[in-house]
Structures are given as C-alpha cells and as structure tokens.
Design a protein around this ligand. Structure first.
Ligand code: ZN
Length: 465
C-alpha cells in the first residue's frame, strides 16, 4: 500500500469509559432539533449526551475540548462518488461535454486504470472528503479491467487507513458496444463474473449493525451499460445477503430515450421490471421523473442521491428534491465522480444543493438547515444508516467542526447560515467513531504533499495512455 496513507496504528481510540466533553460550540446543528448549545459528550465511540444551553453534562467527564471557535455538525455523509475519477478532473476533451459524449471520451482512458492508480485516486478522494467534514462516503466503482480485479479490496484498505466509514459498491458493466450498450467491450464483464465477485466481497467485508465501518452494496452502473439479466440477478443477490442496491437512474433525457428504445419502458418502469423498486435501492441523480413516478418511488421507499454540482456541470437537469421528499423518498447528497464535479467537497456540495433547489422552489422553502439536513441525516438514511447523520445520544460520534475565522466569514452573524452562505470549504476538526481524524485542518498522519505529487503524476500518465 501507499506510504502516503497514514497507518492505523498511529491513532488509538480513547480508553473505555473515558468521557470527552466537546464544550460550548459557537453553534451546533444537530439535524433533529435537539439543543446542543452546550456541546456533547463522546464516550466509547458514541455520543453519550447532548448538552443544552448553559448546562453541564449529567455525569462527570474526563477531558474537555473547548469548541468556542467551532460550528459543530454531524459528520457529513456522501452518497454517490466515483473515486477513480479524481485522475480525470478538468480534462479538456470533456470539459464542456454532456453525459453521453463525456462518457464515450472517458471510457478508453478509464480502461487503463491500474491498481496503483486506484489506490492513489481513492486516497485523494477520501482525503478531500474528510477535510471537508465528511466521515462516511459511498463509492460506485464499476471498472474492473484486466489486472484490476481487486479494486474493492484496494479501496477497503484505503478506507481503513484513513479511519473513515464507507459503503463500497461492487459496481458492474455488462452491456458493451457490441450488444447496443455505451461502454467499450473491453470494460464489461459477464454476469457470472460480476456475481461471483460480489458474493466474495459481501462475505469478506460487509459489516452489519451499528458502528459498521465498511459496508458492501451491489451497483450495476446504469441502464445503458448493464444487461437486464445482471440487474435482476443483482437484486436477487442483494435480497439473499441483505445488502443495498445502487445504480444511476434518470440522470439525462438521453438515458430516458435509451430505455424507451431498448426496453420500451420509461426509467421507473424499467427499474420496477427488474425488481429494483424497493427500499433497498438508492439511485444516483434521479432527475427526470414525472409526478406518478415520484409517487411510486416514495411508496416503495427508494432513495435518491442528489448530485447538484454534477447535474449543473453536465447540464443534466434539476432533481425535484422537495417533491421527492414530500412523496416519502429519502434524499441525500452526493458529490458524484470527480470528472463531473470536479471537487470532492461535501460542505460545498450542501451549498450547491441549497442554491440549485432555491432556483426551483424559492428561498423560503430551501433553508440552510434543510440543505445541511440532506448532507447529514438525509444522506445517512439513503445509505440505510440509522446510527449516523445526527447529533443525539446513542449515535456514532462522527463529527465535523468548522472555524469561522477566515476572511470569507468576517462580518457574518448566524454561524449555521454562514457555513453555507459564506462558503465554508474545509473542516478544522473531524471525528469518526470517537477518534480525531482531522486536527487543525490536517489529516492525522497523512503526507498530503506526497499524495498530491504521486496522484497528479498518475493522472498525467493515465491520460497520456
Ligand atoms: Zn455517478
């Protein structure tokens, strides 16, 4: 593994029974209406107490962290990404393209991805997320060219080294150009190979229950790159092993046209026809739904990862987020892959969601708290995690803390609003499961300069071919 990633042995969790009072933050956003003005107590990797204004913890504490200069939020949760794409950010041939031509130009580059490239790309994406206050990230990895069969194993190792949580999806593509799909034939696999590896990964890595650090989900890539057979078989396997299902759906009108032509169905009808219209599923993007489709998704409890920056960058459209929520669809946020964002910054993504959704629904309906709620509690729900995304007793001690002493915040009044309206872009402190992973804006034990050097070198090599 890379020597740029920190070793897990350098950071120990606090001893059992130890109680840390994160005291009197400048402001606290709990995502559930609880008053945490007095801060919270962390013990055993969880939140033991939430402390109200002017109060002290109910039980004695061993250590105090004075949070008087910090805005405290739950650790942000990212629900959709493609870590490997950090190697193809701002690549000029696709800088001004929409989804289908963007993909057709990038597939041959991505097909050259090596294990070392993926390790560096995953480290870069996760480091960037962590520094933006993100503690849990989902990745949708669907490229398994020859030599990269261990892609998910590589990603598991990097997540563990950084001490984050991740839902790593075993993505797949099985419908190549020869059979009417979009990706080149060299990037697709047989349904059998996909299922065999999926089962191996679930057995080896999937953790269940509260506090899980690694979870595996199954993620055929999209209607235009996966056979109906692979969709059906993935849903059956997810049911058998009780893991989640993820795919791209209703991202563009090109995709809708593809579904109508190939399957004679609109996207949600197609989803239903392959056994995916369930609460086990979360969808990347979910933009082009009509009223009836939104109602069906809500009734099924199918979730949506809203990716505002990517949707604007590729001019894909605007997700109907408030209508989805009103129908009962869990909605969270995703930065999406770095070739269509091109930043992996969760706090900035919450700002993008705020502004894009205000254009659709008006400013009063889309408050700063609502957007932060999507990035925390909403996203946790999208990933099926009731133990994350809120500041409340019993939840995991996953925290993000932001300072407001940069020039961009000077003159601001409401600290929670300032996070989004002034454009906070980095956390000062981040805790995952009771362990500080970011202190003073730096990842504990990570050689960031070394990572940037190796990662940018790998990116140049990859596009050069
Ligand atoms: Zn995506």
């Amino acid at each position: 593994m890379s020597n740029t990633a920190p070793s897990p042995t350098t950071r120990q969790p606090t001893p059992a029974g130890h109680r840390l009072w994160i005291k009197n933050p400048l402001a606290a956003f709990t995502a559930n209406g609880l008053d945490a003005s007095g801060g919270l107590v962390v013990s055993g990797g969880r939140i033991a107490e939430v402390v109200g204004a002017g109060k002290q913890p109910l039980a004695p504490w061993d250590e105090t962290f004075d949070a008087g200069n910090h805005v405290l939020t739950p650790g942000l949760v990212n629900t959709h990404h493609h870590f490997y794409q950090t190697l193809t950010r701002a690549w000029s041939p696709v800088a001004n393209a929409e989804l289908f031509p963007w993909l057709q130009n990038l597939y041959p580059v991505w097909a050259r991805l090596t294990p070392r490239d993926l390790e560096l790309a995953t480290t870069a994406a996760l480091a960037e997320l962590l520094l933006s206050g993100c503690t849990t990230a989902a990745d949708h990895h669907y490229l398994f060219p020859q030599g990269l069969e261990d892609a998910i194993d590589i990603q598991v190792e990097v997540v563990r080294r950084l001490g984050m949580r991740a839902t790593l999806t075993r993505g797949s593509m099985s419908l190549g150009q020869n059979d009417g799909g979009l990706p080149p034939q060299s990037t697709v696999q047989s349904t059998e190979a996909i299922l065999e590896d999926s089962e191996r990964l679930i057995g080896r890595y999937h953790e269940r229950g509260e506090g899980a650090t690694i979870q595996i989900a199954l993620a055929p890539c999209s209607p235009f790159s996966v056979t109906r057979e692979a969709m059906v078989a993935s849903a059956e396997m997810a049911e058998k092993h009780d893991v989640r299902l993820h795919t791209h759906l209703a991202e563009t009108l090109d995709e809708e046209d593809f579904c109508l032509e190939r399957f004679g169905l609109r996207t949600v009808d197609y989803l239903d026809s392959v056994g995916w219209l369930t609460e086990r599923t979360w969808l990347g993007h979910g933009i082009h739904f009509n009223d009836a489709e939104i109602a069906r998704l809500g009734a099924a409890g199918t979730a949506v990862a809203h990716c505002p920056t990517s949707n604007m960058r590729l001019a894909s459209g605007t997700a109907r987020v408030l209508e989805l929520e009103a129908a009962g669809v869990p909605v969270g946020l995703g930065v999406d892959g770095s070739a269509s964002n091109d930043a992996s910054n969760m706090i900035l993504e919450a700002r993008q969601a705020l502004y894009l959704q205000r254009l659709r629904y008006g400013a009063a309906a889309v408050t700063c708290e609502r957007a932060l709620g999507w990035a925390t509690k909403g996203s946790a729900r999208v990933l099926g995690r009731s133990d994350l995304g809120e500041l409340a007793p019993g939840k995991q001690a996953d925290l993000a803390m932001f300072r407001l002493d940069e020039l961009r915040f000077s003159g601001s009044h409401d600290p929670i609003a300032a996070l989004l309206l002034c454009g906070a872009d980095k956390a000062d402190r981040v805790m995952v499961g009771g362990v500080w992973r970011v202190k003073d804006g730096a990842i504990e034990g990570l050689d960031l300069a070394g990572l940037i050097s190796k990662h940018s070198q790998a990116a140049r090599r990859l596009v050069a071919g």
